[in-house]
Design a protein around this ligand. Sequence first.
Ligand SMILES: [Mg+2]
Length: 335
Amino acid sequence: MVLPQWFECTHATASIPASRVPRLPTLYRKSIVEHSFLAYLRGRCRKLAQVTVGIGDDAAIIEPARGQQIACVDQIIDGVDFLSEKHALTDVGYKSVAINLSDIAAMGGTPTSILVTLSLPKQNSTRIAGEVYEGILEAASEFDLAIAGGDISTYDGPLAVSVTVLGTVERDQAFLRSGAQEGDAIMVSGAVGGSIRGRHLRPVPRLDLAQRLRQAVKVTSAIDISDGLSLDLDRLCATSGVGAELDTDKIPVHEDAGILSKSSGRTPFQHAWSDGEDFELLVTMSQSDADSLASQELGAPFTQIGNIVGRTGLWQRQQGKLKRLSPQGYIHESS
Ligand SMILES: [Mg+2]
């Protein structure tokens, strides 16, 4: 691996005899990392029109959004959301951006810039920051995001990466969780389940798909699947004050769910129902809009898995009877 340029900056800046470094106050040591880090980042970041003043001043200056500003933040922590001894830190950096982009996609927005905060364990902080940032820069380049700023600290704790994404959406055109109506079709993009086999590290945020969907139909509500199909559908329904009647056989099960089921003791369906981090889109639209999608090429499949109903909760019709489905995947009998 080619060392990032700021490794050299760090060494150049830290020309203080090594024996003196431990006596430096914490804040001074932080500033050594921070200054060399900023020098590295300035060299690596592309200049994009949306950010007038980026890294290197006290704050960023960002051009006002057309339409409405959209913003979200998500933090991932070693030992909670990933395992640094198992997962490549470049993947962790990429994921920290991509999971936020998935939220922007679920709102029907377009991301423009990011702010990044790294909390680094004291040991190997320079190497860790460099590797994480390789993935962040890769995602920024892939999705045309300006890195507008951020913060970096070292401490006695695990690696934590917090990314804030700013973006735009046309006025009053955002997809919300609250708009699902009785009779609407429930559609899911791609296939779900078993992302832990590796997909969760390199999620594909459905940004382009969401825009193509907007051109094709009127989306009445949307959410991205981060915590599991059933949990996120339950959240969407709860926010809209409705329920869902599902044709569970139609749920598109990812092949990873099938492979995982051979060793997990759970069925492929159970994985599809409750595994997290698929980062697919779950959307609702009128039944006629859903029917019209069958003949349109959006770049990824949308599958109808049921319809919105007035009765709250998740339901499955089996041999004429309604069964209540639990968002955790357990099925309880009901009349
Ligand atoms: Mg989300």
